[in-house]
Design a protein around this ligand. Structure first.
Ligand SMILES: [Zn+2]
Length: 238
């Protein structure tokens, strides 16, 4: 079984979360669960860059951008040039609405670079699936990964599926989302190629996240798509 983790963090996340993982611990965890590659982010993009350099072939960098801080938008290209293959946005962390026009320059730059955008979902009033739907609607040429596919609330999870069915440029990532049956529903009604595995390390444990895919009821051939192939296609990993 080949695995790509489509969403993970490196470092310590304080405050209410109080979770963390070092680079060495992340690699050990990847080896333990046979995770070949991890899409990695940190608010300090140079920390992600350091991981990419230390573990070539295993780390896919996602540039962490805060649209409220235009300096972070200005240096997006610099990180694309350094090999980052995605953009990471977290409306909850930086207190902006996912459907805000403030995100347009970020998505325009992502489009120009041909890079997908990964955006946290599931927390009102900032990151609800309908807001991400409006964002994806304005930027139909940008591939948008809805991290957590609505997260912990059943109504939001249902909305994530509805938005992904409506907008063909939305992909879903299942970390932190508690309902295995919704992985199967996404696979069957959104698309076999538009639902992917992630851990959101260090917030969640790979053993739990993997189990959700395995018991989801996704057809046998689909497990490999969810765990590897779909992320490989989405992030254009060769
Ligand atoms: Zn995350």
């Amino acid at each position: 079984m080949k695995i790509i983790d489509a969403h993970a963090h490196i470092g310590y996340i304080g405050g209410w979360a109080d979770v963390g993982i070092t680079g060495e611990e992340l690699i050990a965890q990847m080896d333990r669960f046979e995770i070949e590659k991890t899409v990695l982010c940190n608010e300090d993009n140079d920390i992600t860059l350091d991981m990419m350099k230390r573990y070539p072939g295993r780390m896919i960098g996602a540039v962490y951008v805060n649209p409220m801080n235009t300096a972070t938008v200005d240096f997006m290209e610099k990180y694309f040039d350094l090999g980052f293959k995605a953009v990471k946005l977290n409306p909850l962390r930086h207190a902006y609405c996912a459907d805000s026009e403030a995100l347009d320059p970020v998505l325009e730059k992502a489009q120009a670079a041909g890079v997908p955008v990964c955006i946290h979902s599931g927390h009102p009033p900032y990151s609800l699936p309908w807001q991400i739907g409006l964002l994806a609607e304005r930027h139909p040429k940008v591939k948008v990964m809805m991290i957590h596919m609505g997260h912990g609330h059943g109504v939001y999870i249902d909305a994530a599926l509805k938005m992904a069915r409506r907008y063909s440029n939305i992909w879903l990532e299942m970390s932190g989302m508690p309902m295995p049956s919704k992985i199967r529903e996404a696979y069957e009604t959104v698309g076999k190629d538009r639902i992917m595995f992630g851990t959101d390390t260090p917030f969640h444990d790979p053993s739990v996240e993997l189990q959700k895919v395995l018991v989801s009821g996704v057809e046998e051939a689909g497990i490999q798509r969810v765990l590897y192939d779909n992320a490989a296609m989405f992030f254009e990993i060769k």
